[in-house]
Design a protein around this ligand. Structure first.
Ligand SMILES: C[S@@+](CC[C@H](N)C(=O)[O-])C[C@H]1O[C@@H](n2cnc3c(N)ncnc32)[C@H](O)[C@@H]1O
Length: 185
C-alpha cells in the first residue's frame, strides 16, 4: 500500500489497481489529451478508440477506489467534453457542470503560488478547485489525483489541511511537484 501525502512516479492505472476499494474521499484531476505508458514514452497513443477505452478503465478504477458519496471532479478539454461526459454518466451519478463564471464580490485567500507555469497544461481553475475541496471534503480527508503533473491538486489539498495522494508518469513533473510540496509550510 502507498503512503499518503506523496506523489509517486507511476502509471495511473497500475497505481490505482494497488489502492483498496472505497478509501478515497475525492478525486480531483485534469485528464491528459493522450494516454502515456509510463514505461515507454514513445508509446503515446493517438488512436481515439484506444484513448476512450483507456478512459473507461480509468473511470472504472476511480469509481472503485472512491467512497460512497465521494466526489469526482474532472477537468477536460472542450473537444473531448461530449464523449467524456457520456462515459462519465456510465460510471457516476452526474451532479453538475461548473462553468467559470464571474462575481462582483472579491474574496481572496492566501494560497501557495500556483501561477508559475511549470507545466504546459497546468491547472488554472484554482478557484473552482478550491471551492470543490471546501464544499465536498473535510479536513483530513484523502484527495487523489491520477494525473498529478506538477502537483496543483496536492498543493491545494495540503494548503487546505486535506491529505493527498497521486501519481504522474513523467519523472520531471514528479520532481517539480515534490519540490513545490516540500517548500509549502
Ligand atoms: C493535464 S496534465 C495535469 C496537469 C496538472 N493538473 C498540473 O496542474 O500540473 C496531465 C498529466 O497527466 C500525465 N499522464 C499522462 N498519462 C499518464 C498515465 N498513464 N499515468 C499517470 N500520469 C499520466 C501527463 O504527464 C501530464 O503531466
Amino acid at each position: 500500500m502507498f503512503k499518503i501525502n506523496q506523489v509517486y512516479h507511476f502509471d495511473c492505472i497500475k497505481f490505482m489497481k494497488k489502492i483498496s476499494d472505497g478509501c478515497i474521499s475525492m478525486i480531483l484531476t485534469d485528464t491528459p489529451f493522450e494516454m502515456e505508458d509510463g514505461s515507454d514514452q514513445a508509446s503515446y497513443n493517438h488512436n481515439e478508440d484506444d484513448y476512450y477505452s483507456w478512459i473507461k478503465k480509468l473511470f472504472f478504477e476511480c469509481k472503485r477506489i472512491l467512497k460512497y458519496g465521494g466526489s469526482f471532479f474532472l477537468e477536460c478539454s472542450i473537444p473531448r467534453l461530449a464523449t467524456i461526459s457520456n462515459i462519465l454518466n456510465e460510471y457516476f451519478e452526474f451532479v453538475e457542470r461548473w462553468p467559470d463564471d464571474r462575481s462582483n464580490v472579491f474574496h481572496c485567500i492566501k494560497f501557495p503560488n500556483l501561477k508559475n507555469k511549470d507545466h504546459p497544461y497546468q491547472t488554472t481553475q484554482i478557484r473552482l478547485l478550491k471551492d470543490a475541496i471546501q464544499k465536498y471534503t473535510n479536513e483530513g480527508d484523502l484527495i487523489f489525483d491520477p494525473f498529478m503533473g506538477t502537483g496543483t491538486t496536492a498543493l491545494m489539498a495540503k494548503a487546505m489541511k486535506r491529505n493527498y495522494l497521486g501519481c504522474e508518469v513523467n519523472k520531471k513533473y514528479v520532481e517539480k511537484a515534490r519540490n513545490k510540496l516540500a517548500k509549502l509550510r
